[in-house]
Design a binder for this molecule. Structure first.
Ligand code: FES
Length: 164
């Protein structure tokens, strides 16, 4: 019997994805893929599993490879368990020229982890990402879904202290 992966999406997730799907004609339903992946990721503690990729693809009615391509291309998607908070630091050109290397070193030292790792208490995952499209506020980082710009050492300390 073929497994019904769609059942992996909660009712709330399906409703949320339906709202995205309603914005596009059927033949353009692939346009709802990115928000649908976000919905699935959020329901699953911040990361996507192989089965959830299948569930989203089935729900949207696109080949699974589309979901897989998007989830592996965009750095906001995670394919393995993450901490309760995601700290994504931009290290593209504008941010690098404005000191993101120092920001990253400070975060690594404070959290005692390397890029791509999660603190042992499961609180924070630290990751370097490409341009966050906040170049005017470089150096920038995204914590969960909130942008923080013009980062300084003091601001980093404040932001970290505010995380649960
Ligand atoms: S280079 Fe960092 S936000 Fe664009």
């Amino acid at each position: 019997m073929t497994k019904n992966y769609i059942e992996l999406l909660t009712d709330a997730s399906q409703k949320n994805i339906d709202e995205w799907l309603a914005r596009y004609p059927y033949e353009k339903r692939r346009s709802a893929l990115l928000p649908a992946l976000h919905v699935a990721q959020d329901q699953n503690g911040g990361y996507l599993t192989d089965n959830l990729l299948q569930a989203v693809a089935d729900y949207i009615d696109v080949p699974k490879i589309y979901a897989y391509e998007a989830a592996t291309f965009y750095s906001m998607f995670e394919l393995k368990p993450v901490g309760r908070n995601k700290v994504y630091v931009c290290n593209s050109v504008c941010c690098m020229l404005r000191g993101s290397d120092d920001i990253i070193e400070q975060l690594k030292a404070k959290l005692n982890i390397n890029l791509g790792e999660t603190t042992p208490d499961g609180k924070i995952t630290l990751k370097e990402v490409e341009c966050l499209a906040a170049c005017g506020g470089a150096p920038a980082m995204m914590v969960n879904k909130t942008y923080h710009e013009n980062l300084t050492s003091e601001k980093i300390d404040e932001i970290l202290q505010g995380l649960e």
